[in-house]
Write a protein of this length. Structure first.
Length: 414
């Protein structure tokens, strides 16, 4: 804060090089809520009086400027943001932004946006941490995860950024819709626990045995390509290039095209008629329940694909390219433009799954039994030096994941 004079450069005192000026403008410089403000005054005395007045107003929280001209409530601002998402064609905004704003509106509601402070944002975060709801499906009490709260506050920050930097005040197009600071600009993110759930080979066999033919095809393609569910749903026969060993995805999550290499297992499925346009959520949940597998989402099949490749020694950069991850300013952001030239290298990586999952995948489509009967799994010749056919039926049901198995003398616990 301070008072200073800007010289005019035309008067006699300026030409003589004096420190003061006859006709120079006096300025008052101060800060409000982290933003710099500057006003003019006719002379030094009035500038000092104005600075003293502003200091008192700021201290007593009675300072009002253009940022108070926005009379919108947070509910109205949220509705404007959702309308923007719809017009902009943002994907899945109804399942993400709309739900996040619903929780934010329940708390902030009709509060004017000019009165929302960073303290209110912190109070909302603490309140959400204590919220408890009863799951209708599981009949248990559940709390929102830290990642959910971080998404909600990030959405709130995006709403205020639109009002500050893009939307204009309808009464004065030269000013922003909201000229104050963003209260959610620097909120402290809660620590998130990354999800690292994937299927072991034994769990994959159990899941396939209780799945229908269509769901098995869905699982086979997901585990062998790492494609997202939305990418699989948008896949058409025209996108499948069997002679070139890849699937072309014209539209992906990050807005870029992808060329997904496919191994022999996936080619055997895509040779015949296929339809992945439906949502396998209910069928997948039923199969998980029958297989006795808990806390697994369909997206975890993508994690399973990456885990298998890492287990086989594939480098992380190749895995990132196969998954379609987009780096922003990272060490691979420039070299990623050349990935379309290394299809042979990527194809060799996914073909390793043909060998790794040889005891899981069917040798042909006829082995699936048309979706009826037991899923046919390729039998190993021996297990720990014992002929597979000499093992009890209970032990040879899941040869890739047995908690116990029989030796000629006793039962051994793995």
């Amino acid at each position: 804060m301070g008072v200073f004079q800007k010289k005019c450069g035309a008067c006699d005192w300026c030409r003589e090089g004096r420190a003061k000026c006859k006709a120079g403008t006096w300025y008052v410089d101060y800060y409000v809520n982290g933003r710099r403000r500057r006003e003019t005054a006719p002379n030094k005395a009035m500038a000092e009086d104005l600075l003293s007045k502003r200091k008192i107003q700021i201290k007593e929280n009675k300072y009002f400027d253009i940022r108070k001209d926005c009379h919108l409530t947070f509910r109205e601002l949220g509705e404007k943001y959702l309308g923007h998402c719809e017009l902009a064609g943002k994907k899945s905004w109804e399942k993400t932004d709309a739900i996040w704003l619903k929780h934010l509106t329940d708390y902030f509601g009709d509060m004017p946006v000019s009165e929302i402070s960073s303290e209110d944002v912190e109070a909302y975060k603490q309140k959400r941490l204590k919220d408890v709801r009863v799951s209708k499906k599981l009949k248990i009490e559940m709390r929102p995860k830290p990642a959910t709260i971080n998404h909600e506050l990030s959405c709130m920050r995006a709403v205020f950024n639109k009002a500050i930097h893009e939307w204009r005040n309808p009464e004065n197009k030269k000013t922003p819709l909201f000229a104050g600071p963003n209260p959610a600009a620097r909120f402290k993110r809660l620590r998130e626990v990354p999800r690292s759930c994937f299927l072991t080979k034994g769990e994959l066999i159990k899941l396939l045995q209780v799945s229908s033919l269509d769901l098995r095809n869905y699982i086979f393609v997901a585990v062998n390509t790492g494609m997202r569910k939305g990418e699989m749903q948008g896949m058409t026969p025209e996108n499948v290039k069997l002679d070139m060993n890849y699937v072309f995805l014209p539209e992906t999550k990050n807005g870029e095209v992808r060329y997904v290499p496919i191994n022999e297992t996936v080619k055997s499925i895509l040779k015949g008629p296929f339809d992945f346009s439906y949502n396998p959520r209910k069928a997948f949940a039923t199969a998980l329940r029958r297989a006795g597998i808990n806390d697994l989402h369909f997206h975890d099949l993508r994690h399973t694909f990456a885990s298998y490749l890492a287990h086989l020694g594939v480098d992380l950069y190749t895995i990132a390219v196969l998954l379609g991850h987009k780096t922003k300013g990272g060490m691979y952001s420039i070299t990623a433009r050349y990935t379309h030239l290394q299809q042979d290298h990527l194809l060799a990586a996914v073909r390793k799954l043909d060998v790794y999952l040889s005891d899981v995948m069917p040798e042909s489509r006829e082995d699936m039994g048309g979706g009826k009967g037991r899923f046919m799994v390729k039998e190993p010749e021996t297990v720990w030096g014992i002929k597979y056919r000499e093992l009890p039926v209970k032990c040879r049901r899941f040869p890739s994941r047995m908690d116990t198995f029989w030796t000629p003398k006793k039962l051994v616990k793995l």
